[in-house]
Design a protein around this ligand. Structure first.
Ligand SMILES: Cc1cc2nc3c(=O)[nH]c(=O)nc-3n(C[C@H](O)[C@H](O)[C@H](O)COP(=O)(O)OP(=O)(O)OC[C@H]3O[C@@H](n4cnc5c(N)ncnc54)[C@H](O)[C@@H]3O)c2cc1C
Ligand code: SF4
Ligand code: SF4
Length: 344
């Protein structure tokens, strides 16, 4: 059978609207021949012309091997139903002040503790410009920067995992933590477990994955510039916080709140989200979300012994406080609702 390369990725994923924009293919291409392009309505990976495999017959296919949305991967990755496997579920919050936290600041607390302990040396995540709210994939290596960048970026169209190349190849980081929405975490898990020689150095460098619960994510241009700035008339620099709780709640720096029903935001949802059935990041070491816990706490689904160890250390160090009850039923119900998208 012919080895699959970017031509198959294009046919199976890019041209069919299945691409989530996770950026794994961009990072894994050893020839840097896949780039992420944002042009008008389009945002996604494109090929720039030269492919070792296709043009010169040099064995590669690294891009195809990393993608969670190929024909081979999508059956078991995208059809995830329920909350997936986990070891324990708990409600937790940060043991120190995390001003910009989205829920309980538990994600920041676990990672701050791990950075201090030296069990990780770099965090791959998404930050946003405080003035424009434009998102960008970033590498965080110190506690203060991590705390300053807490909070969720719902207006997201940047290829998170493309930053892996800078982390591993340029900066030689060997102890990575990745925070991502479920689609990005699935790609990270494939990279970690792959036997592909070009994926292995990246897989070896990933120590921990934290998946954020995700119903859908919005195109930055359409949500912030289109809906919020042009249509509603709120400037990006006046936005203090965005929260999705059955609706989008926008809080301005002056305290004013604006609620936007999610039904009014359907045009802003990224196309790859319409075919995604995973609410709780089933492939993560630890999954974190707001639902299932009370105000001021984060629900943590600890799925692997690795995740368990990081949480235990954060608790022992006083960085993470376990508090309150969890409501698994509501998480299961919403996870089931999201999985129904795949039936359409
Ligand atoms: C697009 C999106 C949709 C979500 N949808 C839901 C939902 O439907 N239901 C639900 O219960 N929870 C949802 N969440 C998760 C929720 O908003 C919180 O992130 C989660 O509860 C953890 O809160 P925390 O206070 O512990 O995290 P914090 O301590 O605030 O830390 C959050 C960390 O996540 C990183 N981060 C933020 N946005 C992104 C991103 N887009 N990609 C990668 N890293 C990022 C930040 O850099 C920060 O380090 C969503 C999050 C995102 C980003
Ligand atoms: S889903 Fe991720 S790996 Fe697959 S084509 Fe899209 S950006 Fe590349
Ligand atoms: S719904 Fe969330 S996890 Fe699924 S493709 Fe969209 S951003 Fe990724």
């Amino acid at each position: 059978m012919k080895r699959k390369n970017y031509t198959n990725l294009k046919k199976e994923v890019w041209d069919t609207g299945l691409c989530s924009g996770c950026g794994a293919c961009v990072a894994m291409c050893p020839a840097d021949a896949i780039i992420f392009r944002k042009e008008g309505e389009f945002s996604g990976p494109v090929h720039t012309g030269y492919c070792k495999d296709e043009n010169d017959g040099v064995p590669c296919g690294a891009c195809y091997a990393a993608c969670p949305r190929t024909e081979e991967q999508q059956i078991h990755r995208m059809a995830t139903t329920g909350v997936g496997r986990y070891l324990r579920i708990l409600s937790a919050r940060s043991g120190f002040e995390v001003q910009k936290r989205q829920s309980g600041g538990a994600v920041t607390a676990i990672l701050a503790s791990a950075l201090e302990e030296g069990t990780i040396d770099c965090i791959v995540t998404i930050a946003a410009d405080p003035w424009t709210h434009e998102p960008a994939a970033v590498l965080i290596t110190d506690r203060e920067a991590l705390i300053a960048k807490a909070g969720s970026r719902y207006a997201w169209w940047v290829p998170l995992l493309s930053a892996l190349k800078t982390a591993v190849v340029t900066q030689k980081k060997e102890k990575l933590a990745i925070i991502g929405v479920p689609c990005a975490i699935s790609a990270a898990r494939i990279i970690q477990s792959s036997e592909h020689p070009f994926l292995k150095p990246y897989g070896r460098a990933i120590r921990l994955t934290i998946g954020l619960f995700c119903t859908e994510t919005f195109d930055y241009e359409k949500l912030i510039k289109g809906k919020i700035q042009s249509e509603i008339g709120i400037e990006s620099w006046d936005i203090d916080r965005l929260d999705v709780r059955g609706k989008l709640i926008l809080t301005q720096h002056n305290g004013a709140k604006t609620e936007i029903p999610l039904t009014e935001l359907q045009d802003c949802v990224r196309p790859g989200c319409h075919v995604c059935g995973d609410l709780t990041a089933a492939d993560a070491d630890i999954s974190a979300g707001a639902i299932g816990s009370g105000e001021g706490c984060t629900t943590l689904l600890i799925r692997t012994p690795t995740g368990d160890g990081f949480v235990d250390h954060a608790v022992e160090r006083g960085a993470l406080l376990i508090e309150g009850e969890t409501n698994l039923k509501i998480i299961e119900r919403l996870a089931g609702d999201k999985a129904k998208r795949l039936e359409k």
